[in-house]
Write a protein that binds this ligand. Structure first.
Ligand code: ZN
Length: 665
């Protein structure tokens, strides 16, 4: 590039950045989309003529190549702390009192901000360039997700500031984008995200930034971590500073008393639906940054701030019926059928009533007006009945004693709380539930084959038993309602791929009573194929470590059943893998003799999965931290085990470090 071209290039980039800022941060575009696209394409054309001199922070360079071996761990120079929680005015007043003991009341002013329900993130800029974006992780070590954060258009790749700036904020998915994404996934038969937070996390943790770029993520920033070196003295000045860097800043309100702060929180509790993103509370912090430093930290959280958590959103609706759902093992679970009501981001139509005792205890009657909420913001549940609104003619609920699906008697098995339909082979519900289990993520992992699709396949007669899955074809699927080419093709591909799934998945998918995921893995390690397993008797099975008499008897019983044997034979003829690979049989014993404790939510694996992996590699997992613990594996929101580990000086590691350890690295 000539000097003149360099100048031109810089101007073109500045121009696009300016318009990105107007559009994505201020939401006040000056150009039409077409005019913007034209300038963007001109920049791309210019870069094509100078392919060796493209600037890394050019607006065209947001989407890079895929990360190959997962995300690298990133150590935060300043830890990302988590906040203590408050749930009531009393909690807030106690917090206020604790501050008044140490600083003059006249200096107490609070900055009250939205607590956005997203993913905590830290951005590190050096000499104006975005160097690293890392998730919070355990606060000390997070994951380097820079390549994905670069795709978020409201986050500038370069800022006008010499030196170092690190800011903390939240990556979230706007409600609209979330609804759109789920509608799209539904059309393709892909599993839906439970809430915008999960969708944001799933999108940010994609190894391929191309996918992240399509997910309409956004960010909001609220803390300058190196405030001193940036010359900031109050939370207001920090927010202004964030705004001056052209990053999207959090909205805040200054309150001079805790009661005023509380009133502001309560106002947003009721008005939060109006916001374009989900918030699960408000953050209240001392405005004065010098005072913040003076107060410092408690064991895990700063003393100068607190999170006010909203109670779960509750709505009132009518319970118009109670139906029974018959599970895979015949257990009858009562389900409340509700008049549809929109709660915390999605429409609720049904809520589990768990069992007979739950209904009796809450005296839930058909026709009642009930208050519903989401447990853990995901699972709908009935909190209580509004008895004042009950009409007098409503009678206590009588638990049916006949299976609604097959007409068999329901039986209360001795020593069990559950009521069951014993017609295991021919009860349609049980057959459907078995297929759903067979296709589930931990089993054959057939994406797109959830309960609704299985119902559809079963009721239309396309799939009456497991082997029928492998006889499905395009022509048959396209006769079904809501099945377009793409959805049918995806499903067929997923079914085909499952034929070569690992042996343990098949074993787990069979749904042998008492044989869970972990036992399935143990069996797959011991027996090189299904014939060998089927030939084993109770005594032989019991010789295996961790297989007791009960499990052994269930296994032998399952494989001696004529119907089961027949189905397995057919599945084998259809080409399903029933042998374990060398890798499955031999896991290197890399952590033999080591004891692990798991705490918090791990980024990729569930606790059960992590436990199984540790055990496969010779380690042990226990529930509490002691001097004998070798490692504590901490995910997001670790509990008291984390603090205990720190006190006892036990190494705390991330999921990524655990995986490296298991691999023997
Ligand atoms: Zn039944």
């Amino acid at each position: 590039m000539t000097e003149k071209e360099k100048k031109r290039y810089k101007e073109m980039m500045e121009d696009i950045r300016h318009h990105e800022y107007l559009y994505y941060v201020l939401d006040a575009p000056e150009l039409s989309d077409a005019a913007y696209d034209e300038r963007y394409r001109a920049l791309q054309a210019f870069e094509r003529e100078h392919p060796d001199e493209i600037a890394a922070d050019s607006p065209t360079q947001r989407v890079g190549g895929a990360v190959k071996d997962g995300f690298r761990s990133y150590h935060h120079p300043i830890p990302l702390q988590s906040l203590a929680n408050a749930f009531s005015l009393e909690d807030l007043q106690a917090f206020d009192q604790s501050l008044r003991k140490e600083i003059p009341a006249s200096r107490i002013r609070y900055s009250v901000e939205f607590k956005i329900d997203g993913l905590s993130i830290a951005l590190y800029y050096h000499d104006g360039k975005l160097q690293t974006a890392a998730t919070r992780g355990d606060g000390n070590d997070g994951e380097d997700v820079t390549s994905n954060v670069r795709t978020i258009r409201s986050i500038p790749l370069s800022i006008e500031y010499a030196g170092d700036v690190s800011v903390r904020g939240e990556i979230y998915m706007p409600k609209k984008a979330f609804e759109h994404l789920n509608a799209e996934r539904d059309a393709l038969g892909e599993p839906l995200f439970a809430n915008p937070r999960n969708a944001a996390a799933g999108s940010l943790r994609q190894l391929d930034p191309q996918i992240t770029a399509k997910r309409s993520l956004d960010g909001i920033f609220y803390t300058v971590m190196n405030d001193e070196s940036c010359g900031l003295d109050s939370q207001d000045s920090a927010i202004d500073f964030i705004r001056s860097l052209h990053l999207p800043p959090i909205k805040n309100m200054i309150c001079s008393s805790i009661e005023e702060a509380y009133a502001y929180c309560m106002m947003w509790k009721d008005k939060r639906q109006e916001l374009p993103y989900e918030i699960d509370g408000m953050v209240i912090k001392l405005t004065d940054l010098t005072l913040q430093k003076q107060l410092g930290m408690r064991a895990k959280s700063p003393r100068w701030a607190i999170a006010f958590k909203f109670p779960p959103e509750q709505k009132t609706t009518k319970l118009y019926d109670i139906t029974l759902q018959i599970g895979r093992t015949g257990v009858a679970t009562p389900v409340g059928e509700l008049e549809p009501v929109f709660v915390a981001g999605s429409t609720i139509r049904r809520a589990t009533l768990h069992n007979r005792a739950f209904i009796e205890e809450k005296d839930i009657r058909i026709g009642d007006i009930v208050v519903v909420q989401k447990a853990g913001d995901v699972i709908p549940e009935i909190d209580h009945v509004v008895t004042e609104k009950r009409s007098q003619d409503l009678k206590p609920y009588v638990f049916p004693m006949v299976c609604p699906e097959c007409g068999s008697d329901l039986v209360q098995v001795e020593g069990e709380a559950a009521i069951r339909c014993m017609n295991a082979l021919a009860c349609p519900s049980q057959v459907r539930a078995k297929i759903v289990h067979f296709a589930s993520k931990d089993a054959m992992d057939i994406v797109g084959l959830g309960p609704e699709i299985v119902n559809q396949l079963y009721s239309t007669g396309l799939v009456k038993e497991l082997p029928d899955l492998y006889r499905l074809n395009m022509k048959a699927l396209l006769t079904l309602e809501r099945f377009a080419d793409a959805k049918a093709m995806n499903l067929l591909n997923a079914i085909e791929a499952s034929k070569s799934a690992e042996f343990y998945r098949f074993l787990y998918g069979l749904g042998i009573p008492l044989v869970g995921l972990e036992t399935s893995k143990i069996l797959a390690r011991h027996f090189s194929n299904l014939d060998a397993l089927m030939a084993a008797d109770v005594a032989a099975l019991q010789e295996i470590d961790q297989i007791g008499a009960l499990i052994a008897r269930e296994i032998v019983g399952f494989f001696s059943n004529v119907h089961n044997k027949e189905q397995i034979k057919v599945l084998s003829e259809l080409g399903i893998n029933m042998a374990s690979s060398v890798e499955e049989r031999t896991s290197p014993q890399t952590v033999i003799g080591k004891t692990f404790v798991l705490t918090g939510t791990l980024p990729t694996y569930s606790r059960d999965e992590a436990k199984a992996m540790i055990e496969e590699h010779g380690g042990k997992v226990t529930g509490s931290v002691s001097k004998k613990t070798s490692y504590v594996v901490a995910g997001e929101k670790p509990g008291s085990k984390y603090e205990k580990a720190i006190n006892l000086n036990i190494p705390v590691i991330t999921e990524e470090a655990l995986l490296a350890l298991l691999k023997g690295e």
